[in-house]
Design a protein around this ligand. Structure first.
Ligand code: ZN
Length: 189
């Protein structure tokens, strides 16, 4: 199955169990200009606990506008936090942001800020208690690897207007088209 897809809260099944999502350990993060996006690399990486499985945070990058849609809504920005388990299984958290005035924690991750974001910032860009869509999809950039465990939070956060504008000017639009989701099993809760 390929990503992104149109997510729909009404037609998705329910999770059989509410997953738990939390980060442990401190990590330093540095921003790298990848040409198509800004990539924030975690060194050596926070540990994500997803349904009892441990994943290491590898990197964080963003797309403007959002790649997934939720109930027909496309957000201004979608941030992907890419994780890998010890067995090489990939899990991506997707977070939606709508533009707002002022400065917001996500701004640190999409700009060329002189101060690198920290784990403290990281905790403020992941709405860990929000309901989320879960499905098996793919990376949305080459090599489009499938078998990726996706978690896309339905709660939208906010991104600063100036930061988003600067990001979109350098990298946008950098969202992959919606993919055929006819055979994709999505749960929500
Ligand atoms: Zn992405």
């Amino acid at each position: 199955m390929q990503s992104p897809i149109a997510l729909n809260s009404r037609t998705s099944g329910r999770h059989t169990a509410r997953g738990s999502i939390s980060y442990h350990h401190m990590s330093t993060i540095r921003l790298v200009d990848r040409g198509t996006t800004v990539s924030a690399l975690a060194e050596p990486g926070g540990v994500l606990d997803l349904d009892g499985l441990q994943y290491t945070l590898i990197e964080i990058h963003s797309h403007a506008p959002s790649e997934h849609t939720i109930d027909g809504h496309r957000a201004d920005l979608e941030t992907h936090l890419v994780h890998e388990s010890a067995e090489g299984k990939l899990a991506v958290l997707g977070v939606m942001f709508d533009v707002d005035e002022g400065e917001h924690p996500i701004d640190q991750f999409i700009g060329r800020a002189t101060d690198s974001p920290t784990m403290a910032h990281l905790e403020r860009i992941v709405p860990t208690t929000s309901p989320a869509f879960r499905y098996l999809g793919s990376l949305t950039t080459p090599p489009y690897t499938s078998g990726i465990e996706w978690t896309v939070f339905s709660q939208r956060l906010t991104v600063g207007r100036e930061a988003l504008h600067a990001f979109a000017e350098s990298y946008g639009p950098n969202a992959r088209d919606l993919q055929d989701d006819a055979d994709t099993v999505v749960t929500f809760g």
